[in-house]
Write a protein that binds this ligand. Structure first.
Ligand code: AHM
Ligand code: MG
Length: 335
C-alpha cells in the first residue's frame, strides 16, 4: 500500500510491535485519542459560527448549554478515555487534581496514565487561529490493581512511552511518537479518517526561525536577551526570521518542518516560566527529541526534570539542536 494512502488506524496496527510492552493497550489509547480529536475538530471548525448558533452560556438549537471550547475538549477527551476503560488515571491542565479511572468491575487493572492539555492556546479561538491538544502517556509506577496515586503522574519526561499533539488548523493533524521516530497524520474531513501525510518527521539540526513572545523582552533573563540579539544580527545566515503564533503545537510543528527554535523563558513576570512541564513541555520535548532535535530549560534537558507537582511550570527552549545549544551557551555565559 502507498505510504500516503495509509490511515492512522492501519499504521497503528502495523507498528504495534514498536509500542513498548505491545499488549494492545496503547493502541487502544491511540484509537480513543483519534476519536476524541475528530469530535473536537468538528466543534472547533464551527467556532466561528458562534454568533449564529449561540455563544458561551446560551442554549444551542437543541436546547443544550453552550460550553467554552476548552471545557468541551476536556470533557470529550476524558469521557472518551473513561468510557473505554483503557487508562488507570488522567491528569489535565484544566483540572486541579488527577482523575482515578476504575473499570466497570471496580478494578484498577490498566497500566497507563494519560496527561494532557486538551485545548492549548485557546485564546486563539476567537480570532480563528490554530489551537491544539497535547498529550503524554506513562506506564504507572504503583502496582496494577490498586488505585493510581500522584506518584504515577509525577514522572520525569524520559519515562514517557508516548506523546503527541493535534493541531486544529487549516487542516487537522495528529503527530505522535512512541519512541521510534515521529509520524504525522492529516484528517480528511470528508471521510473522517487521518492519513499518514508526514512519515518519519525530522527536524533540521540548524534553522533560521525563532519563535518567542518578544513583547516580554524587558522581563527576560540576560541570556535570553543576548540570544535574541544574536538572532537579529546581520552576520553569516542571520538575521533569522521571527515567527510566533502563540499556539505551542503549531509553533513547534512549523519549526520541526522548517528548522527553528521555540522559546518560553522565565521572566520577571513569570519567574518559573509559563508552560506546564507535564502537559506541554515534556510531550513536546519527547516529540522534538524523537525528530532529532533538543529541548532544554536553558541549562538542562527538560525530560530529566523530576516533577514535584502536577501543574509545575518550566522555562522551555525547544527545536533545532544547534539553535538550542546556542541559547544554552548564552544562558551559561550570562549566569
Ligand atoms: P494556555 O495553556 O493557557 O493556552 O497557554 C499556553 C500557550 C501556548 O500555546 C503558547 O505557546 C503560549 O501559551 C503563548 O503565551 P503568550 O501569550 O504569553 O505568548
Ligand atoms: Mg496550555
Amino acid at each position: 500500500m502507498q505510504e500516503n494512502n495509509k490511515t492512522l488506524g492501519e499504521f497503528i496496527i502495523e507498528n504495534q510491535k514498536d509500542f513498548p510492552y505491545s499488549s494492545g493497550e496503547l493502541s487502544r489509547i491511540f484509537n480513543s485519542i483519534k476519536l476524541a480529536a475528530k469530535v473536537v475538530s468538528h466543534k472547533v471548525n464551527k467556532a466561528g459560527l458562534v454568533d449564529i448558533i449561540g455563544g458561551v452560556g446560551e442554549k444551542n438549537v437543541q436546547g443544550e448549554d453552550q460550553q467554552k471550547l476548552d471545557v468541551y475538549a476536556n470533557e470529550i477527551f476524558i469521557q472518551t478515555l473513561i468510557n473505554r476503560e483503557i487508562v488507570c488515571g488522567i491528569a489535565s491542565e484544566e483540572n486541579d487534581d488527577f482523575i482515578t479511572v476504575e473499570g466497570s468491575d471496580k478494578s484498577h487493572n490498566n497500566k497507563y496514565v494519560l496527561l494532557m492539555d486538551p485545548l492549548d492556546g485557546s485564546s486563539n479561538i476567537d480570532v480563528n487561529v490554530s489551537v491544539g491538544t497535547i498529550f503524554s502517556v506513562y506506564r504507572r509506577i504503583t502496582p496494577i490493581g490498586t488505585p493510581v496515586t500522584l506518584e504515577d503522574f509525577l514522572q520525569p519526561g524520559i519515562n514517557q512511552v508516548a506523546a503527541g499533539y493535534v493541531i486544529y488548523g487549516t487542516s487537522t493533524m495528529l503527530v505522535y511518537t512512541t519512541g521510534c521516530g515521529v509520524n504525522g497524520f492529516t484528517l480528511n474531513p470528508a471521510i473522517g479518517s487521518f492519513y499518514l501525510s508526514h512519515p518519519k518527521m525530522t527536524i533540521p539540526a540548524d534553522g533560521s526561525i525563532y519563535s518567542v513572545n518578544e513583547g516580554n523582552y524587558v522581563h527576560f533573563p540576560q541570556g535570553v536577551k543576548d540570544y535574541i540579539k544574536y538572532c537579529q544580527l546581520e552576520e553569516e545566515d542571520r538575521p533569522y526570521t521571527s515567527r510566533y503564533i502563540g499556539s505551542l503545537a503549531s509553533d513547534i510543528h512549523r519549526n520541526i518542518i522548517k528548522g527553528g527554535i521555540y522559546l518560553y523563558p522565565t521572566s520577571s513576570k513569570a519567574v518559573k516560566g509559563k508552560l506546564r512541564l507535564l502537559y506541554e513541555c515534556n510531550p513536546m520535548a519527547f516529540i522534538v527529541e524523537q525528530a532529532g532535535g533538543k529541548a532544554s530549560d536553558g541549562f538542562d534537558r527538560v525530560m530529566e526534570i523530576v516533577p514535584t507537582s502536577l501543574h509545575e511550570r518550566s522555562a522551555f527552549f525547544c527545536g533545532s539542536t544547534n539553535m538550542v545549544n546556542k541559547i544554552e551557551d548564552c544562558m551559561l555565559k550570562a549566569k
